[in-house]
Design a protein around this ligand. Structure first.
Ligand code: FMN
Length: 197
C-alpha cells in the first residue's frame, strides 16, 4: 500500500530554502510513498466567522477546504518552516489554526509529522521548531523526535534551489523512511480502532 506524504512550506518566497528542502524530500522519499506538496499562498488570515468547523456561519474559504482535504488525504505530514524572529512562520501558524478545528478531532490529530527547517544563520530553525512542537502538541499531532535543522543554508542549497549537502540529504532520507514506517504503524493501529482521525 502506498504511504501518502504531504509537504507544507512555511515560506512563500520564490527562492525559498525551505521549499528547496521539500523538493529534496520529494526526491528522497522511500519507495512506496507518494509525496506531494500543497500551496499555502491562497490561505486567508484566520477568521472564526468563516470557520464553519468552529461555529462560523459566513462560509469557509475554498482554499481552506482544499487544504483540509489535502491533509485528510495524507498519511503523514512534512512541515518545512523558516525561523522568523525565533519562532516558526506565520504562514504555518495560520494554516495550522484553520486546520485545527474541531478541537481534538481535527485533520491534524494523529497524523505523524516530520519537521524541516532551513535558515541563513547557524541556528538552523531550532528555536522555531520548539515553538512548532508546542503548537502541534495542542492539536495532538505526533511529531518525530528528530528533525532537519539546516543552518548556513546558502552553503548547502545551490542557486537552482537544489539541496546538495550530502549529510543533510542522508539525514533527510533516513527521517522520511522513519516517517513512512510510523505512518504504516499508525495505520495498522487504526485498523483495530485505537486511533481516531
Ligand atoms: C521577518 C524575518 C525574521 C527572521 N528571523 C530569523 C530568526 O529568528 N532566525 C534565523 O535564523 N533567521 C531569521 N530570518 C532569516 C531567515 O532564516 C531567512 O530569511 C530564510 O531565507 C527564510 O527562509 P526561506 O528561504 O525559506 O524563505 C528572518 C527573516 C525574516 C524575513
Amino acid at each position: 500500500m502506498t504511504t501518502r506524504l504531504l509537504g507544507l512550506c512555511g515560506s512563500l518566497r520564490s527562492n525559498s530554502w525551505n521549499a528547496a528542502l521539500l523538493r529534496a524530500a520529494a526526491e528522497l522519499a522511500p519507495n512506496g510513498t507518494a509525496f506531494e506538496t500543497t500551496d499555502l499562498h491562497d490561505i486567508p488570515l484566520y477568521d472564526q466567522d468563516h470557520d464553519e468547523l468552529a461555529g462560523g456561519s459566513s462560509g469557509t474559504p475554498t482554499a481552506v477546504i482544499t487544504l483540509r482535504e489535502r491533509i485528510a488525504w495524507a498519511d503523514g505530514l512534512v512541515i518545512s518552516s523558516p525561523e522568523h524572529n525565533w519562532s516558526f512562520s506565520a504562514v504555518i501558524k495560520n494554516a495550522l489554526d484553520w486546520c485545527s478545528r474541531p478541537a481534538f478531532a481535527s485533520v491534524l490529530q494523529g497524523r505523524p509529522t516530520l519537521l524541516l527547517g532551513a535558515s541563513g544563520g547557524p541556528a538552523g530553525t531550532g528555536r522555531a521548531q520548539l515553538h512548532l512542537r508546542q503548537v502541534l502538541l495542542s492539536t495532538r499531532t505526533p511529531v518525530l523526535l528528530d528533525s532537519v535543522q539546516l543552518g548556513n543554508a546558502a552553503d548547502c542549497i545551490d542557486a537552482s534551489g537544489r539541496l546538495h549537502h550530502q549529510p543533510t540529504r542522508d539525514h533527510l532520507a533516513a527521517l522520511l523512511a522513519e516517517l513512512a514506517l510510523t505512518c504504516g504503524e499508525d495505520r495498522s493501529t487504526a485498523a483495530v480502532g485505537e486511533v481516531s482521525r
